[in-house]
Design a binder for this molecule. Structure first.
Ligand code: NDP
Length: 482
């Protein structure tokens, strides 16, 4: 038993993570894959890693020093369950099984519960950054017990990405059981919203100014020097600058405009619905991908009426600056909503999640890495019980500054017939949140009318019902007595 850590599953993610682990001083890495050919290839390609390899679960488990720690990187779902049962049959109390795949956090909670009686620690661990991140430094979101993190934490710190600002490793113990996979899920949801907002900004500029993708790439490169600085803005410029070798056209013009999805965005929205958290920006981003992928409906609707004339901005430079401000304001809303979901999930499932720490571990290694995350960390450091990010002083000021442009851009888009679901819904959320009075009062009246669902009054305590089908007097009653 010579290895301090093992990796099961040596497809692209697992082999890169294993190589990353092996490249750090102090680690000896045991590797195992169901099909031995994959293991053999890895050993031939990377002799420098000094892997301890096995071709059976028995040998793999025997190669691990105690407490045994193994990271599973296999196909999420049945594959993960299969590997867990093989390891659990051979591990002892105090050993640690880590699932680094993209598991649904409900599965993670179930798996931990199943393993609890055995005394084996189970850690559901979100890993972000794709294959490149796995190799060079991902952002890592482990859940599981605090005790397991004592063993696992120091190892993860050696392989995690490091924040450019202060060199801190992008890993923290997120919370118990499914907390890590939950936070990874919300990370992906925020990623959907951020991408959709950037795509809407591009579309508005292209349609409103007639600039070419390469010219718009320069605009994004410029934006990347300011408060929007982020990996997603940076790669957007790269994608827009790319020319298709075959046709000589901008690549973005030859890519089919139907966006795919692997499901974590949808999970984020499903859970938000269950938790009652309005993540409207994320939901619109997921739905926008769904809409794009309905070619039959889009073809059938293509001749529905829109504005008679192609719209052009009067002052292109001014419009571009307005779009930038609308993008930043909408982005603040998307992140504010995402953190609301983390707060609600933590409450619901009993996790002690440090919001500021989450913002910090997203500063490098992951897809939504951005300068902006330092501001989020600062906001939660100043006020750990902040009720919404958007009301923190820095973000409030940013939105105050961007608000007029944001309104103008959304109104302009509506008049021009350019779809901006994420920009528009973010603004509607903002206006809903700040409204002194909402038409929710009328909804309560309607609910009481048809379902006797009762209502509260602004002027006195108690629960009331109007006898709608009788003489329409009001009676005081118990909540939802019907
Ligand atoms: P895949 O998701 O393609 O899974 C292939 C691996 O799973 C192979 O090693 C395969 O073994 C193994 N496997 C499948 N079923 C079983 C089983 N029943 N028993 C044992 N092993 C099994 O690999 P990836 O490297 O793409 O992804 C690994 C995990 O990481 C997934 O959960 C994925 O969702 C996640 N992921 C995360 C990303 C991120 O950015 N965080 C990006 C991509 C993936 P065999 O060779 O024998 O077939």
């Amino acid at each position: 038993a010579t290895a301090n850590i093992g990796v099961v599953g040596l497809a692209v993610m697992g082999s890169n993570l294993a190589r990353n682990l092996a490249s750090r001083e102090g680690n000896t890495v045991a590797v195992f894959n169901r099909s031995p050919e994959r293991t053999r290839t890895l050993l031939v390609d990377h002799p420098e890693a000094g892997f301890v390899s096995s071709e059976s679960y028995d040998d793999f488990v025997a190669s691990l020093a105690k407490p045994r720690t193994a990271i599973i990187m296999v196909q999420a779902g049945k594959g993960t369950d299969a590997v867990i049962s093989e390891l659990a049959a051979r591990f002892e109390p105090g050993d640690i099984i880590v699932d680094g795949g993209n598991a649904n956090f409900h599965d993670t909670i179930r798996r931990e519960n199943d393993l609890k009686p055995t005394g084996i620690h189970f850690v559901g661990m979100g890993v972000s950054g794709g294959e490149e991140g796995a190799l060079n430094g991902p952002s890592i979101m482990p859940g599981g017990t605090a005790a397991s993190y004592e063993t696992l934490g120091p190892i993860l710190k050696t392989i995690a990405a490091r924040a450019p600002e202060d060199g801190e490793p992008c890993v923290t113990h997120v919370g118990t059981d499914g907390a890590g996979h939950f936070v990874k899920m919300v990370h992906n949801g925020i990623e959907y919203a951020d991408m959709q907002l950037i795509a809407e900004a591009y579309d508005l500029i292209r349609q409103g100014t007639g600039k070419t993708p390469a010219e718009i790439a320069d605009i994004f490169t410029e934006w990347n020097t300011g408060e929007l600085e982020s990996y997603l803005i940076e790669i957007t410029a790269e994608v827009l600058r790319q020319v298709d070798a075959e046709t000589g056209k901008p690549l973005v013009d030859v890519i089919l405009d139907q966006a795919g999805a692997k499901g974590t965005g949808a999970w984020t929205v499903q859970n938000a619905l269950e938790l009652g958290v309005p993540v409207s920006g994320i939901a619109e981003a997921v739905f926008a991908r769904s809409l794009s992928s309905k070619p039959a409906q889009r073809a059938a609707a293509a001749d529905l009426p829109g504005p008679a004339q192609q719209w052009q901005a009067d002052d292109a430079d001014a419009f571009i600056e307005e779009v930038r401000q609308a993008l930043y304001s909408s982005k603040i809303i998307a992140y504010s909503q995402g953190f609301d979901e983390i707060i609600a999930g933590a409450e619901q499932f009993g996790w002690d999640v440090q919001k500021g720490e989450i913002a910090k571990i997203w500063r490098a290694g992951c897809i939504i890495r951005a300068r902006f995350l330092n501001r989020i960390a600062d906001a939660y450091a100043e006020d750990p019980s902040l009720v919404a990010l958007v009301v923190a002083p820095y973000f409030r000021n940013a939105v105050v500054e961007g608000e007029p442009a944001w309104r103008k851009v959304v109104a302009t888009a509506a008049l021009a017939g350019i779809p901006t679901p994420a920009f528009s819904s973010s603004l509607a959320y903002y206006d809903g949140l700040r409204a002194p009075r909402l038409p929710a009062a009328l909804i309560q009246g309607q609910r009481d009318f048809f379902g006797a669902h009762t209502y509260k009054r602004v002027d006195k305590d108690g629960v009331f019902h109007t006898l709608w089908s009788g003489d329409r007097t009001e009676i005081e009653t118990e909540p939802s007595w019907h």
